[in-house]
Design a protein around this ligand. Structure first.
Ligand code: ZN
Length: 67
């Protein structure tokens, strides 16, 4: 089941986001964990994992509401 996250693969090379190629850095914030990853093609992606289980927000854009 997906909750708002629509980025499942790299827009450049199609590498599956679930299979992280390389983790650049990971930061703990008050709301969750921000992870910067690098794809096999070199594209850097940011992923935000909320402490609230089941909530995954892709990219820097925050989505509030809309379940
Ligand atoms: Zn890629």
């Amino acid at each position: 089941m997906k909750t708002g996250c629509t980025v499942d693969e790299c827009p450049r090379c199609g590498w599956p986001q679930s299979d992280v190629y390389e983790v650049l850095s990971r930061h703990l914030t008050s709301e969750g964990v921000v992870t910067y990853t690098r794809c096999a093609c070199g594209a850097v992606q940011m992923r935000f994992q909320s402490f609230d289980p089941g909530t995954v927000v892709c990219g820097a854009e925050r989505r509030d509401g809309g379940r």
